[in-house]
Structures are given as structure tokens and as C-alpha cells.
Design a protein around this ligand. Structure first.
Ligand code: ZN
Length: 305
């Protein structure tokens, strides 16, 4: 008998990572495709169809019984609609029903950060934790809030958006219209911008982190300031929610070691003290595969509920 897996699709702004994942979270096989700028729904559908065919052919001992997808940007998980992604012209795209017709599988979607948050509970370091916030810091900053073991979406679907908590009064403008949002001062582009202002050099956040590790004082200052901002954002969330744990993922958090003490400093500046003194701030144990495992979690949970 063929072993059951799900077809997990982690849709990013510039790439697709798909794989067959079993119920224990073991990744059986993966396929990756780079996406051009200005992606269209046709390009995404063609890639996903192709990747599913390749994975099915290569893994004849496995049978996919459902598909789970992470959506970058706004997603209506209940109706399977990709509502909006700022990096593309995609809006109100009924991706779940489209892909159901193409793959002949039940298809379930979730916002990418929420999916990562869920995966941390199923396959990562939060299997013993009911109340936590998952925060991605990469090109943007997003949050997925898990309360009592489930995603908390809020009355209008906007809960957990820690990227738009203001952490610096009159700080850098954010596209949302406010100034000094966490995303505007701590995401990858903000790190690059601050380093350029200090040195005149245009480098990526990853390059700046490398320099900081090698003793470049400007780079270290920029990274530590980033940590302080992240900590302030978490601290504000803590005062309101009093969560047990804060899990950090995304490319920028690969430099957690450079920022850890400043994250705690920012946290302590903002968090209501005593009730939050036992809180933990950790990095994701899922690393690069968080999104793929998030997509798998969405599929497995949807078919079992
Ligand atoms: Zn904002």
C-alpha cells in the first residue's frame, strides 16, 4: 500500500518550494522553482502543476491525499482566496479552487506566517506550548498569534500584525501610513538603509550581518539597534497578551546571536515587568523549512478536522 503524504507548497515572493511531507513532518522529497518579478496566476499554476507531476513520478511509493499552501500576503483561508500580495498584481485569486481542479486534490491555504506558527506547534519547538507569537523578520515583519493552541485571527482577520506596532516615535515612514513601525525599522531593507546612511555603502542585510560578525563596528551597531526594535515590539505584545513564548524566524533572525542581548533590553523596556519575567524569546527550530512544514501542517490539520 502506498504511504500517504501531502503536497506542501511554500509560495514566496521570488520562489516556490514544494514537497511531499508525511504526517510526522518528514520531508520525503522537494522541488524548487524561481519566480520572475511580476508573477502571474498562470505562472504559479503552471509551476505547481509541473512540480506535482515531477514529485509524483519520482516517488511512486507515496500517494498525495491533499495539498496545503502558504500564501504571502493577505489570505482568506476559509474561502481559499489569495486576496492580495504587494509584490505582484495578484488580488482576489481563488487559488484553492483553481488548484483543486488542476491537481484533483483537496487544497487548503493559509497566510505564510500563520502557517509557520502552526508548524512550530506540530513539528517544532512549541509542541508543549499553547500561547505564543511567531514573528518572521525578513524583507518584512509578520506575526502569527497562537492562543490556546489555535490561530487567533481577530475580528477582521488582522490579528498578530506586529510589523505595524510603532517602536520608534517619528521614525522612518512605513507604507501603511504610520512612522516607525517595526517593519519600517527592523526588516532587511531597513537594516540596509541604516548601514548605507552610516557608511555610504549599499549592502544586503545578510552581508551587513556577516560584517558585524567580523568586527565591523558600524554593522554591529546597526544589527544591535535592529535587535532593540524587535525587542520593543515583542515587549508591547507581551504587555497586552502575556504570552509564554516568542518564536523568531526569517532570514534576519539567523543573526539572533548578534542581537539577543539587545532584543531582551528592548523587551524589558516595554514589557509590563513581573508577569512577563518568565517569558522566553527563541529562534524557530524549523529553520529554512518552516514555510514548507507550515504548508504541510495546514493540509494535515484540514483533512483531519
Ligand atoms: Zn506600518
Amino acid at each position: 500500500m502506498k504511504k500517504q503524504v501531502v503536497f506542501a507548497c511554500d509560495i514566496g515572493g521570488s520562489k516556490l518550494l514544494c514537497g511531499f511531507v508525511d504526517e510526522d513532518g518528514d520531508i520525503i522529497d522537494t522541488e524548487k522553482a524561481l519566480l520572475p518579478p511580476n508573477i502571474t496566476t498562470e505562472i504559479i499554476e503552471a509551476h505547481l502543476r509541473n512540480m506535482y507531476t515531477v514529485l509524483s513520478r519520482r516517488n511512486p511509493k507515496y500517494r498525495s491525499i491533499a495539498c496545503g499552501m502558504t500564501i504571502p500576503g493577505l489570505a482568506d483561508a476559509e474561502n481559499g482566496v489569495w486576496q492580495y500580495a504587494c509584490f505582484s498584481g495578484i488580488s482576489d485569486y481563488p487559488i484553492a479552487s483553481r488548484m483543486r481542479d488542476i491537481l484533483h486534490l483537496p487544497v487548503f491555504i493559509e497566510n505564510d506566517v500563520n502557517a509557520c506558527a502552526l508548524a512550530e506547534k506540530s513539528y517544532g519547538g512549541c509542541c508543549d506550548c499553547k500561547d505564543y507569537l511567531w514573528v518572521t523578520v525578513s524583507n518584512g515583519v509578520g506575526g502569527g498569534l497562537i492562543l490556546n493552541g489555535n490561530i487567533y485571527r481577530g475580528a477582521f482577520g488582522g490579528a498578530g500584525e506586529i510589523g505595524h506596532i510603532v517602536v520608534e516615535k517619528n521614525g522612518h515612514p512605513c507604507p501603511c501610513g504610520h512612522k516607525g513601525c517595526l517593519e519600517a525599522v527592523a526588516a532587511g531593507p531597513a537594516i540596509a538603509r541604516r548601514y548605507k546612511v552610516m557608511t555610504g555603502k549599499s549592502l544586503s542585510a545578510a552581508e551587513i550581518a556577516d560584517l558585524a560578525r567580523n568586527g565591523d563596528q558600524n554593522a554591529l551597531y546597526v544589527m544591535r539597534k535592529t535587535g532593540e526594535y524587535i525587542g520593543r515590539g515583542l515587549g508591547k505584545a507581551a504587555s497586552l497578551l502575556n504570552l509564554e513564548r516568542y518564536v523568531l524566524g526569517g532570514g534576519v533572525m539567523q543573526s539572533f546571536d548578534l542581537m539577543e542581548s539587545d532584543i531582551w533590553r528592548g523587551f524589558e523596556e516595554e514589557a509590563f515587568g513581573e508577569p512577563n519575567s518568565e517569558a522566553k524569546i527563541v529562534t524557530t527550530s524549523l529553520q529554512y523549512e518552516a514555510g514548507l512544514l507550515g504548508a504541510a501542517t495546514v493540509a494535515w490539520q484540514s483533512i483531519s478536522s
